[in-house]
Design a protein around this ligand. Structure first.
Ligand SMILES: Nc1ncnc2c1ncn2[C@@H]1O[C@H](COP(=O)(O)OP(=O)(O)OP(=O)(O)O)[C@@H](O)[C@H]1O
Ligand SMILES: [Mg+2]
Length: 374
């Protein structure tokens, strides 16, 4: 007989080949995870989409490269077209959900004041938006709202549509703060139930719409605001910000305990002001002795999300109402914020999948070690 005709490439062959590609964080192959969409085969030409759980996925390029590799190795395949997309998984809905359109509500907390919660909230929110996500930022620091100033929006007054307040937009972020709603110089004397009422309003009376991530900047400590938030909102996870001082690390431990008791899972620890980034050459020098963020995360058994160096340009930029990641995108702290945002998105995906029982609780991987950008 003559030469054998090339066998047509089948869907099974392609999917079997793709099973060799693992998501390094979720520890499952991408076929089992349901990431492969719209697979079409036309002769030797194969095309499909890989739908990740977040547009901010830090391993997007690596996965695309591996997919192209394993499929083009199949006999008979002449061309491979892979499109990387993302669809953030919908959380389970509770009844009387105050923010039904929000997929991941993430709180930024600390035990101690002034460690950089608001700075982290603002820069991480922008980093997530720059990666293609729809991001909201809620200032839950009802005692001293600082988000409007940091975002250069202190003169903005939100308007209402129907009975909902429309968030202010800046740098691609939809934000709301009590600072926008108070008259200038107006002081509020807080009692516990008022804090809960205000947090409820910031959630329910604001037209948050459809968001991939709503970051919530909390006041320091374990008082009424974090308690109210955990009770009123479906908090997907809490990020604890700490600094390299012993005492700050100790207090961070107390916050972790509080949120665990409130049944809000800890997404990880960010170490801020971890070393000094020279404003001239960018080199980072360690200054403080004490527990590092990495050691702390090991002690507390929570993921380590990364470190942000201390850099005078961070507060300069923030005082001018331009977050550091916009004003100084090439400085080490901006690279750190982008990396941490990627890990946060990863961690949020891992947690939502864990809740969906795809992954056993013991499987949740530790986040890889952070190496500061060059
Ligand atoms: N990495 C950094 N390098 C230099 N300055 C920083 C850094 N992070 C934060 N800061 C500065 O430290 C001060 C406190 O930061 P920030 O307001 O973000 O802290 P916070 O934890 O939100 O404080 P509070 O507990 O009062 O809400 C600000 O002046 C901010 O600009
Ligand atoms: Mg703050």
């Amino acid at each position: 007989m003559g030469t054998l005709c090339a066998m047509p490439v089948t869907e099974t062959q392609v999917l079997d080949a793709l099973r060799a590609v693992q998501d390094p964080d979720l520890h499952r192959d991408i076929v089992t995870l349901g990431f492969i969409k719209e697979l079409t085969i036309d002769g030797g030409e194969v095309s499909f989409k890989v739908q990740l759980t977040t547009p901010a996925c830090p391993v997007k390029e690596q996965l695309q490269y591996e997919c192209e590799g394993v499929v083009s190795a199949i006999e008979g395949v002449t061309a491979v077209k892979v499109e990387m997309t993302a669809q953030i998984r919908q959380r389970e809905m509770k009844q009387d959900d105050l923010i039904p359109g929000v997929k991941h509500c993430i709180a930024i907390a600390s035990g101690k004041g002034g460690v950089g919660k608001s700075t982290c909230s603002v820069n991480l929110a922008i980093a997530l938006a720059q990666a293609g996500a729809r991001v909201g930022l809620m200032d839950a620091d009802v005692y001293g709202p600082s988000i409007p100033l940091m975002m250069g929006a202190q003169d903005e007054k939100p308007y209402t549509q129907g009975n909902k307040i429309i968030p202010i937009q800046r740098y691609g972020i939809h934000m709301m703060s009590l600072g926008f709603l108070l008259e200038e110089g107006q002081a509020v004397l807080w009692r516990g139930p008022m804090v809960a009422g205000t947090i409820r309003q910031l959630l329910a009376d604001v037209e948050w719409g459809e968001l991939d991530y709503l970051l919530v900047d909390l006041p320091p400590g374990t008082g009424d605001a974090p308690m109210s938030l955990a009770q009123l909102a479906p908090v997907a996870g809490v990020v604890i910000v700490t600094t390299p001082h012993h005492i700050a690390a100790n207090i961070a431990g107390k916050s972790v305990q509080l949120f665990r008791r409130l049944n809000a899972p800890i997404m990880g620890v960010i170490e801020n002001m971890a070393g000094f980034a020279c404003p001239h050459c960018g080199e980072v020098t360690q200054i403080f002795a004490g527990t590092t963020g990495e050691e702390l995360s090991q002690q507390l058994k929570v993921p380590y999300l990364g470190s942000v160096p201390l850099d005078p340009t961070v507060s300069e930029a923030s005082d001018k109402g331009v977050p550091s990641i916009i004003a100084q995108p090439d400085r080490p702290q901006s690279a750190a914020f982008r990396e941490i945002a990627g890990r946060l998105a990863q961690q949020a995906s891992i947690m939502s999948l864990t809740r969906k029982d795809l992954i056993k609780p013991g499987d949740v991987p530790t986040i890889p070690k952070f190496t500061p950008a060059e």
